[in-house]
Design a protein around this ligand. Structure first.
Ligand SMILES: [Zn+2]
Length: 163
C-alpha cells in the first residue's frame, strides 16, 4: 500500500529529524510522534513531540505547531511554511493546520499505515477516526509516506505497544 512519493533529499533530512523527535518522545514515556515547522527558506523554526503521557491526549506536536505558528508567524509566512512529521496528522491536527493557514504537510508514515499496523497487532481502534489529511483539509498539499522512514516509525510503535 505504500506509494513512492516525490520527496527531495532535504525533505528526507527534515523527516529524519521528526523520527528522532518521535524516538525522544517514546524514550520519555510519550507516544512516538515528532514534528517540525520549516519556513519558506527551508529552516526549522519550531519543533515538538508528542506529550500525552500526562493524560491530555490533545498534546500532539502538529497541534502545538499550529498554535505556535499563529502567534509567531504572519499569515503570509504561514502560507509558505511546511510541517514535517513522523506520522500523518490526525483529524484534529489536520483541522488546526488548515485553520491557521499553513501550507504543505510531509509525513514519514501515513495514518493508513498506522491503522494497518494496529490491525496487524490486534490493537483496537481509538476514539477518533483515522482519516487522511485531505479528507479533513482538502486544499493542503501532502507528500508521503517514505518507505524507509515509515519502517523506522513502525518499529517505534511496535516498541510502544510491546509487540
Ligand atoms: Zn493529532
Amino acid at each position: 500500500m505504500t506509494t513512492s512519493s516525490p520527496l527531495t533529499a532535504l525533505d528526507r533530512d527534515h523527516l529524519r529529524r521528526c523520527v528522532d523527535l518521535a524516538r525522544e518522545a517514546l524514550d520519555a514515556g510519550d507516544e512516538p510522534f515528532g514534528s517540525i515547522l520549516v519556513d519558506d527558506t527551508g529552516v526549522e523554526v519550531f519543533a515538538d513531540r508528542n506529550r500525552v503521557s500526562g493524560g491530555d491526549h490533545t498534546q500532539h506536536p502538529e497541534f502545538a505547531i499550529a498554535r505556535w505558528a499563529v502567534t509567531h508567524l504572519t499569515p503570509a509566512q504561514r502560507a509558505q511554511a511546511t510541517v514535517y512529521t513522523s506520522g500523518e496528522h490526525c483529524p484534529m491536527c489536520s483541522a488546526a493546520h488548515a485553520w491557521v493557514g499553513l501550507d504543505r504537510i510531509v509525513y514519514a508514515s501515513s495514518s493508513e499505515q498506522l491503522s494497518q499496523w494496529h490491525r496487524e497487532w490486534g490493537i483496537p481502534a481509538g476514539p477518533v477516526a483515522s482519516l487522511p489529511v485531505n479528507a479533513v483539509a482538502p486544499a493542503v498539499p501532502v507528500s508521503g509516506p517514505d518507505d524507509e522512514l515509515s519502517e523506522q516509525v513502525r518499529a517505534l510503535h511496535a516498541r510502544l505497544l510491546g509487540v
